[in-house]
Design a protein around this ligand. Sequence first.
Ligand code: ZN
Length: 314
Amino acid sequence: MKRFLLALLPVLAAPVCAPAAAPIKVMLLDGEQGGPYHAWQETTPYLKRMLDETGLFQVDVVTAPPAGGDFSQFKPEWGKYKVVVANYDAPDERWPEDLKTSLDNYVKNGGGFVSVHAADNAFAKWKAYNLMIGVGGWRGRNENSGPHWYYKDGKLVADSSPGNAGSHGARLPYKIENRVTNHPITKGLPPVWMHVGDELYANLRGPGENMTALSTAYSDPSNRGTSKDEPILMVINYGKGRVFHTVMGHDLAALNCVGFITTYQRGTEWAATGKVTQKVPKDFPTADKPSTREAYNPPPGWVSPPGQRRPATK
Ligand code: ZN
């Protein structure tokens, strides 16, 4: 009898003792961003603060060894986290195979993954990584990496003609159109909204399997664009894992867009849990007017990192 009662105890006690919504554990991965174009030491604290301010997440920054560093002891505890946010871009040869396999297995088995801006430049030849992110650019990607995916007549279309992957024009403001308005990440957002000056990634190529473009932007030929509607926000299913891919966020100026902040906060929650509980903020940009937040203004005297990755040629 005593044993029976003891066995019942956890059942009876569970509703009383259940903690109020435990924070979602997030790994923010950084440590390298191929070249001088992306200042990860500068952007990581902003990306962390955006998640912290929602009150939903508990974020640990995990910094990979630098180029030439010792990866033999770098074994991130993926399993401790509901989602990994990548502010990280490294070449294929940087990671040992077992490290690649461990991330692959983590996402395949249901871990969330968020690719921010140049994280989709990383690992051009790692097949599983490109399946996770759907599409990517640069680092030698071309038609062998997959077709160029763009949006036309209500759906993503694939152009397999030869060419390098990855291009963008000058960092000008651009309009973003939400193509899927009933997804948890985009639900309630205005159908069209103005992003601040940022790189509009175009000509991204990849397998594009199980990939949905939630939002697109017109890549204007007057700014070295493709004259196509290019994917800006994507969701990808990889095994049991959910992936959120945002191409926005080149530098601190671009990160300080309420549209970036909101979709990144919501996308991270969705990748972790499959749901979004966050409301659309009142200062969300409109179709004609970008919106920034003082709390995310770059520090006084800040200048964008020197150099800019040039559009792929040929
Ligand atoms: Zn960039």
